[in-house]
Ligand binder design. Structure first.
Ligand SMILES: [Fe+2]
Length: 393
């Protein structure tokens, strides 16, 4: 059914596959840029992943004016401001961000400062982020999960106040997202599994949340199918480029879906479990996704039933009676998390992820305050959140 009203935007150009990175010179020129600052972290340089991009740029007319490799695991306000300073001092005209969510979000933060001036802290609140971005921005993700290369949001840590600040504006969307299987072949199985479950959760939640629309649905379903088909293949053959590229595409597709339709209760609880107990985001998604689906089942059963086709394939879908498909979809998610537990060591419960039973009330309270909850198809009470979290312990 078509919603009464919806909006959808994905203006990032996607360049995916063999030779995608070798096209960077052309993409920069198309954006009118020739002096990129490469933003990455030291580990990606050491693993010779970021160097693939730097070497490719060396073969173009573009001149890399700086390589900034000091991005921490959680991007911070200080680093964002420092990147903007180096960018200006070196006379750069583009950011080529090579990394996971933290590097890409740092690039988005620096773009805010370079566009609007001042300090990142001056720009909290979306109303100050209207207008076009002043610098060209190309994102080269090195994980297949966050979808940050196609989202208009960034999370930056205010290390002084110990809070994560969210920024949302269309000007944060990269100009170009570059996907290349070489970027993720060195991801260990555990991280591959965890980040893939983040992508899967983006897709499932965006499909069932109240802001879902026909366009985001297409992206979400395509993402789920790719994860189902290619995640086991990546675990079988971690060095093979083709299945890695498929997973990178899945993360991108899921990113487009949730950037437009938003997420829901699983992300609300996951953000809270991360803040209160330090549970890594993808692990929290893997543990909590089936529990969130069970809670949403009374209102989202039809939607989950549709997803059985993508989660389990045509044969299972066709042989499952219509009124059993939603439950079967949840079973398919559980089967996937069990497989990832056995093959990659992903935790199955919050206890396994280090959550203490006495932390449940704090997690429930934080989840209740999380913005992701606002688009969930069913609104939980505090008591219901406690029950869901206890079931996941
Ligand atoms: Fe996520």
């Amino acid at each position: 059914m078509i919603p009464d009203y919806y909006e959808f935007c994905n203006s990032a150009k996607v360049v995916s596959g063999k030779g995608a990175i070798e096209n960077l010179g052309f993409e920069l020129a198309a954006l009118g840029a020739s002096r990129p600052l490469v933003l990455t972290n030291a580990q990606l340089l050491e693993l010779k992943i970021a160097t693939i991009v730097i070497d490719a740029l060396a073969d173009t007319d573009a001149e890399v004016v700086a390589v900034y490799d000091d991005v921490p695991v959680d991007s911070s306000v200080a680093v964002v401001n420092d990147v903007a300073r180096v960018f200006s001092e070196k006379g750069a005209d583009a950011i080529v961000a090579v990394g996971g969510g933290s590097v890409l979000d740092t690039a988005k933060g620096a773009a805010i400062v370079l566009t609007h001036g001042g300090d990142l802290m001056d720009h909290r609140g979306a109303e100050s982020l209207m207008g076009r971005r002043a610098v060209a921005f190309i994102a080269v993700p090195t994980t297949a999960g966050t979808g940050s290369e196609v989202t208009s949001a960034a999370v930056i840590k205010d290390t002084e106040r110990h809070v994560k600040m969210g920024f949302t504006a269309l000007s944060l969307l990269p100009d170009v997202a570059v996907l290349d299987g070489r970027m993720t072949v060195k991801l260990p199985p555990r991280l591959t599994a965890s980040t893939a479950m983040d992508a899967l959760t983006h897709a499932v939640e965006s499909f069932s949340c109240v802001q879902a629309n026909p366009l985001s649905d297409c992206y979400a379903r395509a993402a789920i199918g790719l994860v189902r088909e290619h995640l086991p293949e990546v675990l079988d053959h971690p060095k093979a480029h083709a299945p890695r590229l498929a997973l990178a595409n899945a993360a991108l597709l899921a990113g487009v879906a949730f950037s437009n339709a938003m997420v829901g209760i699983v992300h609300a609880m996951g953000h809270a479990a991360g803040g209160v107990a330090g549970v890594p985001h993808g692990d929290a998604m893997a543990i909590l996704l089936p529990h969130g689906m069970v809670f949403n089942l009374p209102v989202a059963g039809d939607r989950y039933g549709e997803l059985l086709l993508d989660l389990a394939g045509a044969e299972v879908y066709a042989s499952t009676p219509a009124d059993e498909r939603a439950a079967a979809a949840i079973d398919a998610v559980r089967a996937m998390t069990r497989m990832l537990h056995e093959r990659a060591g992903l935790p199955l419960t919050l206890c396994e992820a280090g959550v203490l039973p006495e932390q449940v009330p704090d997690i429930a309270r934080a989840a209740l305050d999380d913005g992701a909850l606002s688009m969930n198809p069913r609104q939980p009470t505090y008591e219901e959140l406690v029950e869901i979290l206890k079931a996941a312990l």
